[in-house]
Design a protein around this ligand. Structure first.
Ligand code: CP
Length: 303
């Protein structure tokens, strides 16, 4: 039995297989519509979500399975003080697989250590978000036709952005990726993630100036400054609009730039950009369902 807590638990070959499976599901959805008949997915969401929870649920329904769970801690016995370990043991009695989101780093790992069914980390605090990374990798593969030889810009909150941390870790295993890290000083990439880049001798630059690096980017991964991660409102208000992507900012960008964002967006991408053919963020949303279908099949060992 296998869980997925950190993207690095999947090797590059397994990621390739998941991407191939997702592409096959996209091409032949009917082939998969009964694969999880009789199986149940429990979505244990202790923190708000739209895309991750709904895409997991849609994924399980499209595989012919069923879904149970809760979407906020207050409607579970966590509100009465129940531990993650007991919640995981209890859910193992009712479901075949768990997707868990939690504001505390490490909570899905604790669940995996106590559950008798696979646990998928659906985002833990400012730490990791491996299924968003699988979504991002599928999107990059479909948009660019490759996962290597790319210059990838990450812009916004690189300190608390778990999607950024997971994607950097994943991309660090592919050939010739150049990382361009754009953030305010206060929201720079944490040193423990930067260590991965240093340890693997990967090329990276850090800057506060998005416009100066725009012409070299193949991918621009925008992120939201996350109010929920700040300890004081004043800092959030000062930093929240550090980068706003407006159409004129793309004048120097490559014609085949892919603009990505894990969403939700607040102000950081102007809605006028949604109609630009380079905007990929709603394609990411859809890809998230297909790659989660592929992951559920893998962890449930369904042929
Ligand atoms: N990308 C993402 O995790 O979105 P949600 O918070 O809506 O799940």
């Amino acid at each position: 039995m296998r869980s997925l807590i950190d993207i690095l638990e999947l090797d590059v070959n397994e990621i390739k297989e998941l991407i191939e499976k997702a592409n096959d599901i996209i091409a032949n959805p009917a082939k998969y519509s009964e694969k999880c008949r009789g199986k149940k997915l429990a979505t244990l969401f202790f923190e708000p979500s739209t895309r991750t929870r709904l895409s997991f649920e849609a994924a399980m329904y499209e595989l012919g399975g069923n879904v149970l769970g809760f979407s906020e801690a207050q409607s579970s016995s966590a509100a009465k003080g129940e531990s993650i370990a007991d919640t995981a043991k209890t859910t193992s009695c009712y479901a075949d697989i768990i997707a868990m989101r939690h504001p505390k780093e490490g909570a899905p790992l604790v669940a995996a250590m106590n559950a008798s069914i696979p646990v998928i980390n659906a985002g833990d605090g400012g730490h990791n978000h491996p299924t968003q990374t699988l979504t991002d990798l599928l999107t990059i593969q479909r948009e660019k036709g490759r996962l290597d030889n790319l210059t990838v810009g990450f812009c916004g909150d690189l300190k608390f952005g778990r999607t950024v941390h997971s994607l950097i870790n994943a991309l660090s295993r592919y050939e010739n990726i150049k990382f361009v890290l754009v953030s305010p000083e206060e929201l720079k990439l944490p040193s423990y993630v930067k260590e991965t880049l240093k340890k693997n001798n990967l090329e990276y630059v850090q800057t506060t100036d998005l416009d100066s690096v725009m012409p070299e980017l193949d991918i621009l991964y925008m992120t939201r400054v996350q109010r929920e991660r700040f300890f004081n409102e004043e800092d959030y208000l000062r930093l929240k609009d550090s980068y706003i992507l407006r159409p004129e900012r793309l004048n120097t960008a490559k014609a085949d730039l892919s603009i990505m964002h894990p969403l939700p967006r607040v102000n950081e991408i102007s809605v006028e950009i949604d109609n630009d053919p380079r905007a990929c963020y709603f394609k990411q949303v859809l890809n998230g369902k297909y790659i989660r279908m592929a992951l559920i099949l893998k962890l449930l060992e369904v042929e």
